[in-house]
Write a protein that binds this ligand. Sequence first.
Ligand code: SAH
Ligand code: SF4
Ligand code: F3S
Length: 468
Amino acid sequence: MSMRKEIPEAELARQKEIMERVRSVTESSPRPMLAFVDTYGCQQNESDSEKLRGMLSEMGYGFTRDESEADVVVINTCAVREHAEQRILGNVGALSHTKRANREQIIAMCGCMVQEPGMAERIKRSYPYVDLVFGPHVVWRFPEYLERLLQKRKRIFDTTDDGGAIAEGLPVLRDGSVKAWLSIMYGCNYFCSYCIVPYVRGRERSRRPEDVLREARSLVEAGYKDITLLGQNVNSYGKDLDDGVDFADIIRMVNGIPGDFLIRFMTSHPKDAGERLFAAMAECEKAAHHIHLPFQAGSDRILSAMNRRYTKSDYLEKVRLARSYMPDVVLTSDVIVGFPGETEEDFRETMDVLEQVRFDALFTFIYSKRLGTPAAELADGTPREVKQERFERLLDLQNRISGEKHAEYVGRTVRVLVDAESADERADMLGRTNGGRLVHITGKAEPGSFAEVEITDSNTWALYGHIV
Ligand code: SAH
Ligand code: SF4
Ligand code: F3S
């Protein structure tokens, strides 16, 4: 029996009716109504913001990037590190001015941070001009909240956690026309000891394969060329369904959609990424040869304290296996420096993983204590300066490796998906290689087209070349 829950169609139909009612109100306004949606955090949040914009657009709102002229401001928050939260609260603090200038302005906060225990209360107390707070589980109810606020200014706080029933068929307004996010699952069951995500995003649940495929097909038909399948751990896809479809199957199914496009995915947990996935990627001509495989730490002691469920040698073996299927695979990763109790020796194990794997790029973080997670209870005696110094050594090493890896492209001609005009005076266009490396391109090409580019120069962050 599937444990999967869906928001009933009748509920979604009701939200749709509300959107039409709100639209008739906004359309009768003497000037166009404007909304500003500000997004923090990961692609999951970007994807939710695209739904919020979709709903706002259906409700007759246009968009602005200037909060002072917005009728509705939505701050979609992230809770993953303390720094992100402080930045968000600072920016929300500044909204008291826009609200004073425009009493009618509606200010909403949503996303992971508002779902943290105690946070909604804190906002209620300290930010009296915030009208609406709603958690990630009730994004689909946004039209209802907005209509209520338009009718009567009474603050609304809803951080219901219903276990995360899936809402299909919400309108989506995407940012660009070349790259698209496609959520295939939500939530996380892993409970890495440092991480807040499972607490605020709930348990893993997968969209049905037919819903994923329908959306993928519509993206290809709309001309998108780069589709990223999203989930906190995409390898868990389908475990909660009863039709036997797993993540490797999803890649094969999306690959079967006619058209010239790339399939990417984020994120893959090293414990579950394996032969089935690598084989599917190697066989499917549309699957980009890029794996983002966060290793977090190199020391087995720290990995165990992090509850990551693999060892350094397990990880290195996964990398070897991936490269045996795809010798050209681009590997990127996430690393945390300064986890409680990390010694110089532990840190050297992390450096050793960098040397052995030679990642193309790395996302590096200093450990941030998140209340409510098991790691927050651990003694953390390492001084801040020591953590900072390790962090800088890590960056130095990775910058050297990235520079060397990029230099290997010079002289080669590679296929690049052109996605935008370049702001850099040395180039006309920007694009990405199949493996996702950034390319500054000389020569004109349409965004959304594939070009053969001869690479003539490189640095730590990007490649430079001209269209052949
Ligand atoms: N589900 C993804 C990661 C989501 S969070 C995965 O498991 O790979 C993105 C990254 O933020 C993590 O990979 C981790 O490196 C970092 N991160 C998460 N919690 C953190 C914390 N408390 N302090 C510092 N970095 C953290
Ligand atoms: Fe967080 Fe771990 Fe889940 Fe990733 S797998 S979201 S790091 S708990
Ligand atoms: Fe942040 Fe939530 Fe993503 S905590 S990293 S926005 S899942």
